[in-house]
Design a protein around this ligand. Structure first.
Ligand code: SF4
Ligand code: SF4
Length: 131
């Protein structure tokens, strides 16, 4: 399976605990995470894109997102692409992505960038543990 992530979805995947917008969305997300976690030492590769990706592919909000929320999504992508040094065309392992997130994202940064998201309280746990 070729996996494509837009920058902020690396963090969403890091925090994923089974919540999502629909059954199809969650099933797809779980498949992706199984693939990423299946190989020894998390060597599965992820392609970086600034567009709709493997997670967006099953999102029921895709059209709304494109038309209404594009500014907030673009803001998330731009911030995390800069912080995690991710650019279109890069291919990085899940292991490397997780290392960058653990190293670069703390609770203060996460709060500043992600607090408007509906999943914030769920995701926050991952960064609270680091404090
Ligand atoms: S709070 Fe939202 S945007 Fe931020 S990591 Fe969680 S699901 Fe993704
Ligand atoms: S809300 Fe937008 S960025 Fe998030 S998964 Fe759906 S289409 Fe992708």
């Amino acid at each position: 399976m070729d996996i494509y992530f837009r920058p902020h979805h690396f963090v969403c995947a890091f925090c994923f605990q089974g919540a999502g917008y629909s059954h199809e969305f969650i099933a797809n997300f779980k498949n992706i995470m199984s693939e990423l976690d299946s190989q020894s030492e998390n060597k599965s590769m992820i392609n970086v894109t600034m567009m709709e990706d493997s997670i967006c592919a099953y999102c029921p909000r895709c059209l709304d997102c494109r038309e209404l929320n594009s500014t907030s999504v673009i803001k998330l992508d731009l911030f995390y692409s800069e912080l995690l040094k991710l650019k279109t065309g890069d291919e990085i392992s899940w292991d490397e992505a997780k290392k960058r997130i653990i190293e670069k994202v703390d609770l203060v940064i996460f709060q500043n960038i992600c607090s408007a998201c509906q999943w914030y309280e769920i995701c926050k746990v991952h960064f609270t543990k680091k404090q």
